[in-house]
Design a protein. Sequence first.
Length: 535
Amino acid sequence: MRSPIVPALLLALASLAHAADDSIEVIVERSVTRYNDPPAATQRSRLAARVEELAQRIAPSLKRPVPRVDPRLEQACAALLPFVPDGAPPEHALVEEALRIHGIIEPSPHLVVVAVAEGGEATLISELEARLPAVMKQGSYRRMGVAVGTGGSHQSRMLIAFQESFVDLAPVLRRLPAGGRALLDGKVLPPYQRAALLIQTPDGTIARSPFAPIGGRFQSTFQCGSAPGRYQIEITAEDTFGPSVLANFPVYCGVAAPIALVAPTTAVAPERAWSGPADAEAQILELLNRDRARAGLPSLAVDARLARAARAHADDMRDKQFVGHLSPTTGSANDRLKRIGVEPILVLENVGRAYSPREAERGLMDSPGHRANILSSDVEKVGIGVAVALGPRGERELLVTQLFVHLRAPFDAERAPAQLRARLDDLRRGAGVLPLGDDRELDALATEVAKGVADGTLSADRPGAPVERTLPRLGDRYRTLRTVVIPRALEVAQITGSPALLDPKATHAGAAVVARQRDRADEGLCMVVVLGARR
């Protein structure tokens, strides 16, 4: 079975900062109307140019791409400078907003904050020469931006941003009229392939939209829904470590797109200190269940076996220096669970890197794919694993794994049809419709269809051949026969009262439940009900 796993999220390597006592608002004069418009060159300071030259000299020695200055990234850094407190980068949400206002679609960059002393340029460059290699070797940074100015404490600051970019996307409007459309036309860059698209609507609903591949490119049309508001678009692709988020950006439908960065007028609640991996795991669990409660979902209990597997994968990511779902040594989440004797029906996994539990959970919730896992109504248990690594400045980083599963209930092939029939009778009584009578021939027909759909020889949408063969034999007893197929469910109790199952004209039914093969991606139960109306 291949898990429906969503992309790895490389969270911004920047701590969440407390908000300033006074509110700050920065109107961005160069806010753009489209994402990925070619950037216009801007005037740069001599110090920024020296930092650029230094980074481009360091990159070849690390066997990394030579980063090129992106004026949009520099403008975003300049807009963020007023929000930079002493010794810490600005808040993650502000970083994301600054990127989008300047037309950048990729995930947050790695930010470096440096105090700038008057007349100390030579000392600053010498410090960066020693410090930047540890930063730059953490990623394949194709872009960089440098801004120098006054920070939130009114002291001179330099903000340096390094950003990865593995997707080329044609320009897309940040704002569309109600019902408007946008063509998403682009390509993913090596080592990534197999692009996918997820869209989160203003009400939080998340849908996967297929890309139509054209050679090495992808295309899809995004259309605003009926509700105005912010639609979040996420583009993912896969490399040897599994799926990753390559772009995550909002499109505003029927409402204005922001043009200002605004700090909260009230202080952000202080971040709780975390003492070690176990404490960080407990905080992430608390935050995760708080997010589920806000969505009206039940809390998830920790399964000790899942926690051990999640912790082992977090350790593996730290030791092998990667962030992803597919480990070169342990394989996929399913592989890791199978080795410890856990074979659930459904496995979802989130992985990421952050500097605090709150940043980890916030970053995952800001990604439609990861958010869908956290807010899944199909999962019942969770395991959270955290490993601690040291960042380039000696700061503690969290490598985080979240495992969500629906554990396999014992499947009794002989009792399952009776359980399905009992569930169907309960649904019909609840709708004020009479229960259905038994018919062995209808049971046999339902079994034939269920086996065919489960093994792929029959279509779930049109499993007509067995019914057509049976009609001549049953036609003298039944005016009509109707087949209802539930091609994949986690358990019998998940069947709901569809109009077909609640048809008051139906008098008898056959029922069948077949377990799919465990090596199939759509593993679960295939259920079939054949309803007949007696003459």
